[in-house]
Design a protein around this ligand. Structure first.
Ligand code: ADP
Ligand code: MG
Length: 499
């Protein structure tokens, strides 16, 4: 057979490009060689080549849909351990994975405690839908509510709702974390009712139905939302213990071993059942979040008013020092994550870099507009504490510059790690005394009422994972008073001028 001249080959590639047949372009020569070898006729050659083009096109489209769905992580149904979660009906999940519920505009509700695999199943099912050609978008509910409110303020609500209306499946993860603002609840309800019988919804929640009023605020709205959601709906209950925390032994050991020195830890690991995995570390973070929510509840805060940024333990100094720019996020040596892996993080899309951390902090401050900010003392000996203060100061300075925060904003600092602090003088519940040897600080004091002290003690008791590691140290903070330092203004402005 006569071969195509190389000049004509160039022309062929040009035509294929103009016709938008990229796989023809990359494969035509290899396929031609194979056809010659197999003695295949021209039509068979063309058939194989066009099949390859089609397959590649479908693969790319599925990839695009998967990307457009914006899953926080990719999880598959294959990696779901059904044996560990007997309440989940495997047959039902397999049936849902075929996607017929989407054609029928039915909803799926996944209900269960934290860590029981709701998000995993939701992502697995939604990813299966993507590969079947459905248009899917995943949102954490807090994220969607924020977007809706922003869009409304910027008069872009119609556009956002238009984009939502184009979806086949809308995943709403973590219904329990919805802020109780009336506007937010109404906008969310609007999304649910617009989707009704047009777009399938997949909702995960750890809230039993009788708690939904707390989230949505009004009986009427709750009733109407539940009505729309559960009409033509499959419910999957993930009953039982958290999947990640089920190996309590490894877990406890992990909490302890984080604080031990390296030799001891190595020795311990040698005798241990298994080394902590990245997932164990994420689980520890999640547990500490849950403990913090329980603790702050004793102090009168509602869970929806507690925000977690989800930045890496032991990594803040590195973010400040060598991972400031977005080009090079920091990887946590523990969780192996480059961005917050925790449910309900303020911005799960932020990366572990200084700029992103500063902007996440600024966002929280801008939303709340505080008149008092309480941060660690910048001369604390713990790098995470110190750098928390650096980042907050940076964000505050920026917002002051924009006139969002007042120049008279009060900044108070507290001390945790410092030599011979808290000074254990007298009985446990005595007073804190101002710390000698800490320059640039003026101390202010507030006396706790007996009820406040009781609440503080109850809050402290919630930090079980921490009490195991540093019981005595934590309890030494149970004093009758609290002391805070105000800093010389020069110190803070110096900090903010570094970057
Ligand atoms: P939830 O959304 O219910 O809080 P997740 O789906 O986030 O829980 O699960 C927590 C972690 O445990 C995830 O990493 C998830 O992949 C894993 N996981 C949970 N259940 C299972 C399971 N049955 N099989 C495999 N991994 C699971
Ligand atoms: Mg979840």
């Amino acid at each position: 057979m006569r071969r195509l001249e190389s000049k004509s080959l160039v022309l062929l590639h040009h035509h294929l490009k103009a016709l938008r047949l990229p796989t023809f372009g990359t494969e035509c020569e290899a396929f031609a060689a194979r056809a010659a070898h197999d003695n295949a006729d021209h039509l068979t050659y063309l058939l194989h080549l066009s099949e390859a083009e089609l397959l590649e096109r479908e693969r790319k489209a599925a990839e695009r849909r998967l990307k457009a769905a914006r899953f926080p992580v990719l999880k598959s149904l294959e990696s779901f351990d059904f044996a560990a979660r007997p309440s989940v009906n495997r047959v039902l999940v397999a049936e849902l994975a075929r996607g017929a519920f989407i054609d029928a505009r039915e909803n799926v509700l996944l209900v269960g405690n934290p860590g029981t695999g709701k998000t995993h199943l939701a992502i697995g099912l939604a990813a299966a839908a993507c590969s079947k050609g459905y248009r899917v978008r995943f949102y954490r509910v807090t994220e969607l509510v924020t977007l809706l409110i922003e869009a409304r303020d910027e008069r872009a609500l119609l556009g956002l709702k238009g984009r939502l209306a184009k979806l086949d499946l809308l995943v709403l993860d973590e219904f329990g974390y919805v802020p109780a603002s009336k506007v937010g609840a109404e906008l969310l309800f609007d999304v649910v009712s617009t989707a009704y019988e047009r777009t399938s919804l997949m909702v995960t929640t750890n809230l039993p139905f009788d708690h939904w009023t707390e989230v949505l605020g009004s009986e009427r709205l709750t009733g109407a939302t539940l009505d729309r959601l559960t009409h033509r709906c499959q419910i999957i209950e993930t009953k039982g213990e958290s999947y990640r925390l089920k190996d309590a032994k490894v877990f406890q050991n992990l909490a302890t071993s984080r604080k031990k020195d390296v030799d001891e830890r190595a020795a311990e690991e040698e005798f241990n059942l298994r080394k902590p995995t990245d997932d164990d570390y994420v689980a520890l973070g999640e547990l500490r979040q849950q403990e913090a929510v329980a603790a702050t509840r004793h102090l009168g805060l509602r869970p929806q008013d507690v925000h977690f940024l989800g930045f890496p333990d032991g990594g803040l100094a590195e973010l400040w020092r060598a991972h400031w720019l977005r080009t090079q996020p920091y990887t946590s040596p523990y969780t192996r994550e480059e961005s917050p892996p925790y449910p309900g993080a303020v911005n799960p899309d932020a990366d572990y870099d200084g700029m992103d951390l500063t902007s996440v902090i600024a966002r929280v401050l801008e939303d709340f507009r505080p008149t008092v900010v309480v941060i660690p003392h910048p001369y604390d000996r713990h790098p995470d504490h110190v750098h928390t203060t650096y980042f907050v100061t940076e964000a505050v300075q920026h917002l002051r510059g924009r006139g969002v925060l007042s120049p008279t904003l009060t900044v108070l600092t507290y001390l945790v790690h410092f030599p011979s602090w808290p000074a254990k003088r007298g009985p446990l519940f005595d007073r804190f005394l101002p710390i000698a040897g800490l320059p640039d600080s003026a101390w202010v004091e507030t006396e706790l009422t007996p009820e406040e002290l009781t609440a503080k003690r109850a809050a402290l008791e919630e930090y079980r994972s921490q009490l195991e590691v540093m019981n005595g140290f934590l309890r030494s903070f149970l004093c009758r008073n609290e002391i805070f330092a105000t800093l010389d203004a020069n110190v803070l402005s110096r900090i903010a001028s570094i970057h």
